[in-house]
Design a binder for this molecule. Structure first.
Ligand code: BG6
Length: 507
């Protein structure tokens, strides 16, 4: 037998997945995201031995904390997790440092530069830096400028900036923010986060479509009659009224998370598995998407807001009664809408998107409904014949299902739908990493595949501009219908589909 050859490309790819020595700088280190998501994700990477030994995390915020304060606060927030991994935490916390920094103050940024040099020497991080902007979105532009002015983004191969959502609040603000950040560094240095792209099941949309030859021939208008994309949450607005009141469900969930699921479901196959090839296809399909009735946008969108609900034993407040919410607020906590994609693959196929808070179930899924059999030979057991459906379950119960008809048992030839079911949990037995684990690792690796490029983010905002303008200029055209907490949104959203002879899938 010939000696087994090592495939140099595979070795190359594996080597690329090694995070190089670096310092991760988190701005907004005293905020929620840092102790709820970022530090736990980094600790997970540490325990998986995926961080280099030459590594430092520098937390920055305005509070006058010391390194020890920062370590103690992170330990306090993650107490239950640390209990199980005490010695790992002791080693990991040695990588945690803190510097009080106000990015609006030049002298602070200069101080930051020298602290980074000290850390480079102490931890041998070689001047490689990933700056994570977990600050108020109002400071994304000025934050990047401050870093650029201090010369901290000069070398594109050594410095990157990760920017949290929301990236802009509409098309024009996203364009201006893009102009600012691109004047501070190259596009390859900018990593715009959408945490849905960190989810294994969202990435799986690509693998399912492009690793299996059977789907491509039917993944188009000839076989698919409609697509539903849902992101339902049971939680309410929680402590985030300040932000949510200015955002609402359209900006908070649709423009980013639902649109990313839409893009991955509808994009063309990239020529190769390469970040830019993939992002080109995503941007292209989003540029071809449009609201169902462009000239009458109010006809293709329904907004809702949760009112009191729940049970007598556990009553739930309505949105307007939540702390910090204007008692007359017209912010939507639910949106449903209909879109089309004007290209050869999707022309005429309606896409229905919906998302809401305080719905009966937490669930995100993409449902592709196929055309019915052209001739109905058999009686359907339930009365109405069903269409085949492919259900991509993003969360929870991650996996996929395919609904198809079989012969109902018994005499006669009646058909009945059954569900073929794949579960990540049953097949792989181990929980997948939290989205931030994957995204932080990718940002530090410099792999932009799962981050949103400037043209994608702009195309996503442009798509919803007619709705945002309507909400701003003629809100009466897009009324906010109340729906009882723990119900599936306002009745008007059912009518949106009923007009097309369809129903939302009730999971
Ligand atoms: C965030 C939104 O981006 O996503 C939140 O700001 C929302 O309002 C959250 O609750 C949902 O994320 P997930 O991963 O729980 O579906």
């Amino acid at each position: 037998m010939p000696a087994q050859q090592t495939n140099p490309l595979r070795v190359g790819l594996r080597q690329e997945r090694v995070i190089s020595p670096q310092c991760l700088v988190i701005f907004g280190a005293s905020g929620d995201l840092t102790h709820r998501k970022l530090i736990p994700a980094l600790f997970e990477l540490f325990r998986q031995r995926r961080l280099p030994s030459e590594f430092a995390i520098l937390g920055c915020a305005r509070r006058p904390w010391s390194d020890e304060d920062f370590r103690a606060r992170m330990a306090e927030a993650m107490a239950s997790e640390i209990q199980q991994h005490q010695s790992a935490w002791e080693q990991f916390s040695g990588c945690l440092f803190y510097e009080p920094v106000d990015l609006q103050k030049d002298e602070d940024v200069v101080k930051l530069g020298s602290r980074l040099e000290t850390l480079d020497r102490l931890k041998a991080t070689r001047g490689n830096r990933t700056f994570y902007l977990s600050v108020s979105p109002a400071f994304y532009g000025s934050g990047c400028r401050a870093l650029a002015n201090a010369g901290l983004l000069q070398d594109p191969s050594r410095s990157r900036v990760v920017i949290e959502k929301p990236f802009g609040t509409d098309y024009s603000s996203a364009q201006s923010l893009n102009r600012v950040v691109q004047s501070c560094g190259q596009e390859s240095q900018i990593f715009r986060i959408d945490h849905y792209l960190g989810k294994e099941t969202v990435q799986n949309i690509l693998v399912l479509r492009f690793a299996n030859a059977i789907f491509e021939p039917i993944w188009n208008r000839n076989y698919i009659s409609s697509v539903q994309i849902t992101a339902a949450e049971t939680v309410g607005v929680e402590e985030r009224a300040g932000y949510y009141e200015t955002s609402g469900a359209l900006r908070d969930m649709v423009q980013n998370h639902l649109t990313q699921m839409l893009a991955l479901t509808t994009m063309e196959a990239p020529g190769r598995f390469d970040p830019e090839a993939i992002r080109n296809e995503k941007a292209k399909v989003l540029q071809a998407a449009r609201l169902a009735y462009e000239d009458e946008p109010w006809k293709c969108c329904v907004r809702g807001q949760y009112s009191r609900g729940g049970s007598p034993a556990s009553p739930l407040a309505g949105y307007r009664q939540e702390p910090g919410v204007n008692p007359e607020s017209t912010t939507e906590t639910y949106v449903a809408m209909k879109l089309f994609i004007d290209n050869w693959r999707w022309q005429g196929v309606p896409f229905y998107l919906r998302t809401g808070k305080r719905l009966p179930k937490r669930l995100s899924e993409v449902v592709l409904t196929f055309r019915k059999a052209p001739v109905q030979l058999f009686d359907a057991a339930g009365g109405t014949p069903t269409a085949n459906q492919l259900v991509l379950r993003i969360q929870p119960d991650e996996g996929a299902g395919f609904v198809f008809d079989v012969k109902a048992p018994g005499s006669g030839m009646r058909s009945r739908p059954v569900d073929m079911h794949f579960s990540y949990d049953e097949s792989f037995g181990e929980p997948s990493d939290e989205g931030y684990v994957r995204l932080l690792a990718d940002a530090m690796l410099g792999d932009p595949t799962l981050f949103t490029r400037s043209d994608e983010v702009e195309a996503a905002w442009r798509l919803y501009t007619p709705l945002l303008e309507l909400i701003e200029d003629a809100p009466a055209r897009l009324p906010v219908y109340p729906y009882e907490a723990r119900t599936w949104g306002p009745a008007a959203s059912d009518s949106l589909l009923a007009e097309d002879g369809l129903m939302w899938r009730r999971p």
